[in-house]
Design a protein around this ligand. Structure first.
Ligand code: ADP
Length: 175
């Protein structure tokens, strides 16, 4: 990531993050209550998923890579007795209470990054880019008042930079 000077036009994290207003909502996993069949690895192609306390709270718990989810589910299906599509996926420390006849839960806390990097929606992009560079981030989450709002990947930043470079400087000044 280079060309820092191009961020002098002071874009904010909220201008670069996904989803955009017209996009489908951010694809998140809840720390409990979802099943193996609902883990989004089949219905989306994102490289990773934020894990939240609940859909209502959107309070961030961690971040899990698609690759690690796929490997864990695959391994569990092969080895762990009884893990099926209807098994609950659990990112909490303690196993959930569930009905006696429920299939065993798949416990995945171990593959979750417990402190994913976050910025607030109003963080200037020049600072965000600095953080990406210095920490070698692939993605960063965006929050507002502790609620998860979106995600910025390294590619999102590169695309944003390219857009700025192609734009007529006058249109930037007078917008
Ligand atoms: P990359 O940006 O390297 O292609 P992804 O495939 O993960 O990485 O993301 C593709 C696009 O989708 C990016 O614009 C990114 O901001 C967005 N995105 C990434 N993860 C999610 C997610 N869990 N929910 C919604 N959008 C996401």
């Amino acid at each position: 990531l280079e060309a820092k000077e191009e961020f002098e036009y002071s874009s904010l994290a909220v201008d670069v993050m996904r989803p955009r207003r017209a996009d489908p909502a951010l694809a998140v996993l809840t720390q409990e209550g979802m099943t193996v069949g609902e883990t989004l690895v089949e219905s989306t192609h994102y490289s990773g998923f934020p894990v939240v306390v609940s859909q209502e709270s959107q309070r961030l718990v961690g971040f899990v890579l698609r690759r690690d989810l796929l490997i864990s589910i695959d391994n569990a299906r092969k080895r762990q007795e009884g893990v099926v599509s209807a098994s609950q996926v659990v990112f909490t420390e303690h196993a959930p209470t569930q009905p006696d006849d429920a299939p065993p839960p798949l416990r995945l806390r171990g593959i979750m990054d417990l402190s994913p990097f976050t910025v607030t929606d109003h963080t200037p992009m020049d600072i965000t880019v600095d953080i990406f560079r210095k920490l070698g981030l692939r993605q960063c989450l965006v929050t507002h008042n502790g609620r998860l709002l979106g995600i910025i990947t390294k590619k999102d930043i590169l695309k944003h930079m390219a857009q700025i470079a192609n734009r007529d400087p006058e249109s930037i000044l007078f917008n």
